[in-house]
Write a protein that binds this ligand. Structure first.
Ligand SMILES: [Zn+2]
Length: 332
C-alpha cells in the first residue's frame, strides 16, 4: 500500500489505499469517511444522506444544539484513532494508519476541565496554525485568572458589574468555571445552552441566572454581578446598553488580545489572551512530538509558520485552498 496523499477539496482530503477520508469539510464532499473534529461552526457542515461521519458523541450533541444534525456518527473505524485535542469539549484529533495525523483545532495546555492535545507519531502532519507567529506566546493561565479576579474584585468594591466575553462554545465555559466564585453569576442564554450540555457531560459548572437579551435587559440588578456573554462589540446595542444603564465594564478573552489594538477594536475595556489554541511555542513542540516527514499547515499564520518550520529543517507548506476566512473567527 502506497503512502497517503493529502489535498484540499472543500475539506482536507486524505486518500490512503482504497479509502478516502475528508476532514472538516465546509460542505458535503464524497468520501468513505467524513471526520468532524469539533462543534465550532467553521468546522461544521450539513451532511448528505448516508455520509459516514466520525465524530465524538459530545461533538454530535453540541452540533445539534447549534443546528447541525450529524445523523448517525461513529467514534471508531478500522485503522483510525481519535485523540483528545484539548480545544473544547468533545474536540478530537485523528490519526489515520501510521500515515496522517490531523490536529483539528488544538490546545497545547491543560485548562480547567480540558486537557492538552495528545499526539502520536505520523509521516504526515496536518495542523492548525491559528497563532503560528512568534509574537503569540500566551501567559500562564493561572496568572491570567489571578489578574482577572483582582479586576473583578476591585469592580465589586465599587459596586460595578463585569461582563466577561468569549466564544459561546468553549471559552464561555472556561470563564464560567474559572470565575464561578463570584455572585450573582448571570449567563447569557447562548452561553447557558452550551453550559447545560457541559454539565450533562460531567463538567461542574455552577448554576446561575439565565439572561435573555430581549426580555431581561432592563431587569438586571443594579450593583455588582458577573455576566458570561458571547463575544460582542462594546459598540453593539446590548453592550452599549449594559454600559450605560448599569455601568458595566466589558472584558474580552481571546488569543488575539496579544495583538496591538485588539481591545480597542472590540470596544472592550480590558482584554486578556486566554486561548483554546496552541501558542507559537506549543505549535513547534507539537511538530517535534509528531516528528513528521511532511507538514501541511491550515488556518491563521499558515504560510509564515510553514516557512519557520522549513528553517528548522522540516518539509512544510500551507494547504492554501483550505483557509478559514476572518469572519469564521468572529462566528465560532
Ligand atoms: Zn475551534
Amino acid at each position: 500500500m502506497g503512502g497517503a496523499s493529502v489535498t484540499a477539496n472543500g475539506g482536507i482530503q486524505v486518500d490512503l489505499g482504497q479509502t478516502r477520508y475528508v476532514l472538516d469539510p465546509h460542505s458535503h464532499v464524497r468520501a468513505d469517511y467524513t471526520f468532524v473534529s469539533h462543534a465550532h461552526i467553521d468546522h461544521m457542515h450539513n451532511p448528505a444522506k448516508g455520509e459516514r461521519i466520525i465524530a465524538s458523541s459530545a461533538t454530535k450533541e453540541l452540533a445539534k444544539a447549534r443546528g447541525y444534525d450529524l445523523g448517525t456518527t461513529i467514534e471508531e473505524a478500522e485503522g483510525v484513532e481519535l485523540l483528545d485535542s484539548g480545544h473544547i469539549l468533545g474536540s478530537r484529533a485523528i490519526r489515520i494508519g501510521d500515515e496522517v495525523y490531523y490536529t483539528g483545532d488544538a490546545s497545547g495546555r491543560t485548562r480547567a476541565f480540558l486537557g492538552k492535545c495528545r499526539t502520536r507519531q505520523a509521516r504526515v502532519l496536518v495542523m492548525e496554525t491559528t497563532y503560528g507567529s512568534p509574537e503569540y506566546v500566551f501567559p500562564p493561565t493561572a496568572k491570567l485568572v489571578k489578574e482577572v479576579n483582582s479586576l473583578i474584585s476591585s469592580a465589586y468594591d465599587r459596586g460595578v458589574p463585569v461582563v466577561l466575553m468569549g466564544y459561546p462554545l468553549g471559552k464561555a465555559q472556561l470563564l464560567s468555571y474559572f470565575f464561578s466564585s463570584w455572585d450573582p453569576i448571570i449567563y447569557h442564554e447562548r452561553v447557558a445552552t452550551m453550559n447545560k450540555i457541559h454539565v450533562d457531560h460531567g463538567v461542574p459548572l455552577k448554576p446561575g441566572r439565565t439572561f435573555d437579551p430581549e426580555k431581561d435587559r432592563d431587569s438586571l440588578p443594579h450593583g455588582p454581578w458577573v455576566m458570561i456573554s458571547p463575544m460582542s462589540s462594546g459598540r453593539s446595542r446590548l453592550m452599549a446598553h449594559l454600559k450605560k444603564e448599569y455601568g458595566a465594564i466589558l472584558v474580552a478573552f481571546s488569543g488575539w488580545a496579544l495583538g496591538s489594538g485588539y481591545g480597542h477594536t472590540m470596544g472592550a475595556d480590558y482584554s486578556f489572551p486566554l486561548s483554546d489554541h496552541c501558542d507559537y511555542d506549543e505549535l513547534v513542540k507539537l511538530v517535534q512530538a509528531v516528528s513528521p516527514e511532511m507538514v501541511y499547515t491550515v488556518h491563521g499564520f499558515a504560510a509564515e509558520f510553514a516557512r519557520d518550520l522549513r528553517k528548522m529543517g522540516f518539509s512544510a507548506r500551507p494547504l492554501a485552498a483550505y483557509q478559514s476566512s476572518l469572519t469564521d473567527y468572529v462566528r465560532v
